[in-house]
Design a protein around this ligand. Structure first.
Ligand code: PLP
Length: 435
């Protein structure tokens, strides 16, 4: 309660702004993930690793646009390329352009994709990836992971972080199917569980077009695959003629130079990318093997979009691709590893019921002494302390992601000194929790 009082005292202008904004925007925000009670913090400026809010406070940004701002806010190369494109190319002409082809070729090389198409958002990319899988296999159903989030596309709104009371045992039929998803077209399996997946595949394999999953789940803090799990999923897909779609909207470049699939050594048929590839501009993509992407070439499915591959976004994409070298990402990852080491030491020293989980330049503190392997484990972690830990940071000028399901990001703009602020803040919290 004292921390919430402090929050309210620190953020009167944000409260006013939210009241005003709520008259035109539902909840006063432009995406429901931006909202929290009593009100979100409204930002007026972002530079490097720092934000300024409407109350004039500076906040160290560890959310970094839900991981989209991997290169840092207003990265100078992104700014230079976008400004150059604005002056010399223009904003939109809905015809092919050399800039889009150049970025596509870069992604072929970096991500090992035969072919790809650009979109504006992760949601769109997931929708088209599912459509491509359905067109390719001529099957309708898909499988998704229990609790997993993949954007706003209807078919993937099944079992998104459901209340435990609503879902019953893991073997139960599909819960909470939204009104526009046909029953029997989405099957839900727990992450890290081959038994349930094999069961569904042996029963319904011939109806199933694809499995859609984050290779490492980054919408339940961070949940990593058991040794051999992803390879087993790949083998099961091959056996049943089911396509494997890896949603790398969140992992992508933050997981390593060529994303989580290459880092973990399992190749999907289709991949979706967004967030970190765009440097803050609305860029996403879906792509994969030429065999599957042939469905777009020969018209088995169509893919549209007025803004796809527009010059400003492509300029930002080229800048991000140039800036995110192996070396640059390794520097950020090393800072992340050092930060995690320090936080682990504090957890041990104060015997906190917590552990850290990381992938690439992202990390999180999970408030549980046992590893989290799936959604149900995740829901059993201590959300009360997780919320306090978040609020503690916000009240002291550190913005970790507002949803407790997110993780921090060490961008190319963060230094070790800045991450040390997180560490010392965590030490203060540990002391307070043990006092
Ligand atoms: N897939 C995953 C794994 C995501 O985390 C998100 C967004 O957070 C999406 C898809 C949807 O992306 P967008 O918000 O760009 O539509």
């Amino acid at each position: 309660a004292a921390e919430w009082e402090k929050f309210t005292a620190n953020t009167p202008a944000s409260a006013d702004h939210n009241r005003q904004a709520s008259k035109s925007l539902p909840l006063g925000v432009t995406s429901s993930f931006q909202h929290w009670e009593p009100h979100p913090i409204s930002i007026v400026k972002a530079r490097g690793a720092w934000l300024t809010d409407v109350d004039g406070r500076r906040l160290l940004d560890l959310s970094m646009g839900f991981g989209a701002m991997l290169v840092g806010h207003l990265n100078p190369t992104v700014v230079a390329y976008v400004e150059e494109a604005l002056q010399s190319v223009g904003t939109l002409f809905v015809t092919p352009s050399p800039t889009a082809t150049e970025v596509a070729e870069r992604y072929q090389t970096r991500f090992g994709l035969d072919m790809l198409r650009f979109t504006q958002s992760g949601t769109e990319s997931l929708m088209y990836a599912v459509r491509a899988a359905r067109a390719y296999t001529q099957r309708k159903a898909i499988i998704k992971i229990e609790g997993g989030y993949h954007g706003g596309y209807d078919a993937l709104q099944v079992s998104v972080k459901p209340a435990l009371a609503d879902i019953g045992p893991a073997e139960a039929p599909i819960p909470d199917v939204p009104f526009d998803v046909e029953a029997g077209t989405v099957y839900v399996v727990p992450y890290n569980n081959m038994d349930r997946l094999n069961e569904i595949l042996s029963e319904h394999g011939r109806e199933i077009a694809a499995i859609v999953m984050e290779p490492v789940i980054e919408n339940l803090a961070i949940v990593v695959p058991d040794e051999g799990y992803l390879a087993a999923v790949r083998a099961a897909c091959n056996e049943h003629g089911v396509l494997l779609i890896f949603d790398e909207v969140k992992t992508g470049l933050t997981a390593g130079y060529a994303g989580a699939s290459q880092r973990l050594g399992v190749k999907p048929d289709l991949i979706t990318l967004a967030k970190s590839i765009g440097g803050g501009l609305p860029l996403a993509a879906f792509g994969g093997t030429s065999d599957v992407m042939q469905v777009v070439v020969d018209g088995r499915m169509a893919h549209f979009g007025t803004y796809n591959g527009n010059p400003l976004v492509m300029a930002a994409a080229r800048a991000v691709d140039e800036v995110c070298t192996r070396e640059a990402l390794e520097v950020a990852e090393t800072i992340n590893v050092t930060t995690l080491d320090h936080i682990d030491e504090i957890i041990r020293e104060y015997q906190l019921p917590a552990h850290t989980v990381a992938l690439g330049v992202k990390g999180c503190i999970t408030w549980s002494t046992t590893p989290v392997r799936n959604y149900r484990d995740y829901k059993a972690t201590d959300f009360g302390v997780a919320e306090l830990s978040w609020l503690w940071g916000v009240n002291r000028g550190i913005l970790t992601p507002p949803g407790l399901d997110e993780q921090w990001l060490v961008s190319l703009a963060h230094t070790q000194e800045e991450m040390d602020v997180l560490v010392s803040d965590f030490r203060d919290l540990a002391q307070a929790l043990r006092a």
